[in-house]
Design a protein around this ligand. Structure first.
Ligand SMILES: NC(=O)c1ccc[n+]([C@@H]2O[C@H](COP(=O)([O-])OP(=O)(O)OC[C@H]3O[C@@H](n4cnc5c(N)ncnc54)[C@H](OP(=O)(O)O)[C@@H]3O)[C@@H](O)[C@H]2O)c1
Length: 190
C-alpha cells in the first residue's frame, strides 16, 4: 500500500470573507463519492460494487457531521435507515414529511440554509445532487477506482484545473477487490 499524504489547512474563499467580516458562520461544502474510471457511480438505484474499505473510509470521513442526500439515494440505503452519528438531510420535492431520523429540505438552497451552522457538510449523492452541488463545493473526497463499470448514473465531469490535490492514498493491494483505487481529497483553487 503506497500512501502519500499532503493535507494542507487552508481557508476557502467564503471562510476568508467571513473572517474579514467577523462573521464566523463557516461552512465547508464537501462532496464525497466513489466513482469508477468512467465516472460510473450507480445502477438500478444501487451502488455498483462492494468495497468494504471504501465504506469504512466513508464512515470515518463523515462521522459526526451532517450528510445531504437526494431522494433516490435515501431509497437505496438499507431499510432507508438514517446514518448513525450523523445529521441526515434528504432533498425531495415529493416527500410530504421527513422520515424518522431525517430532516427534509425541498430545495438545494433550503438544504444549504439548514446546514449553515455546520463546520463541514457532506454531499453524499446521488448523480443529480452531485451535479447541482459540484459548482458550489469547496472540497471533494473522491474514491477513484481504476476500473470501468456499467452504470446508469454517473458523476459529473470535473475540471481538475479548478482544484488542488491536497491528499492522496493509493490502495493497490486490497485482496477483497480486483482493482486498485485511490482516496483523493481536492480543494477548490482560490
Ligand atoms: N458511488 C457513490 O458514491 C454513490 C453515492 C450516492 C449515490 N449513488 C448512486 O446514485 C444513484 C442515485 O442517483 P440519482 O441521481 O438517481 O438520485 P439522487 O440524486 O439520489 O436523488 C434524486 C432525487 O432527489 C430530489 N432532488 C434532486 N434535486 C432536487 C432539487 N433541486 N429540489 C428538490 N428535490 C431534488 C428529487 O426527488 P423528488 O422526486 O422526491 O423531488 C430527485 O428525484 C444510485 O444508483 C445510488 O446508488 C452512488
Amino acid at each position: 500500500m503506497q500512501c502519500v499524504s499532503t493535507t494542507i489547512q487552508r481557508l476557502n474563499h467564503q471562510q476568508l470573507t467571513d473572517v474579514e467580516s467577523k462573521d464566523f458562520n463557516i461552512m465547508t461544502i464537501s462532496i464525497i463519492v466513489a466513482m469508477a474510471a468512467n465516472r460510473a457511480i450507480g445502477i438500478n438505484n444501487q451502488l455498483i460494487w462492494h468495497n468494504s474499505n471504501d465504506l469504512k473510509h466513508f464512515k470515518k470521513v463523515t462521522n459526526g457531521h451532517c450528510v445531504i442526500m437526494g431522494h433516490n439515494t435515501w431509497l437505496s440505503l438499507p431499510g432507508q435507515k438514517a446514518l448513525p452519528n450523523r445529521r441526515n438531510i434528504i432533498i425531495s420535492d415529493r416527500l410530504d414529511e421527513a422520515p424518522e431520523g431525517y430532516e427534509l429540505a425541498t430545495s438545494i438552497p433550503q438544504a444549504i440554509e439548514m446546514a449553515q451552522n455546520e463546520e463541514e457538510v457532506f454531499i453524499m449523492g446521488g448523480g443529480s445532487i452531485y451535479e447541482q452541488f459540484l459548482p458550489k463545493a469547496d472540497r471533494l473526497y473522491l474514491t477513484r477506482l481504476d476500473k470501468e463499470f456499467e452504470a446508469d448514473t454517473y458523476f459529473p465531469y470535473i475540471n481538475f484545473e479548478e482544484w488542488d490535490l491536497v491528499d492522496l492514498e493509493v490502495i493497490d493491494d486490497d485482496p477483497q477487490v480486483d482493482y486498485s483505487y485511490r482516496f483523493e481529497v481536492w480543494e477548490r483553487k482560490q
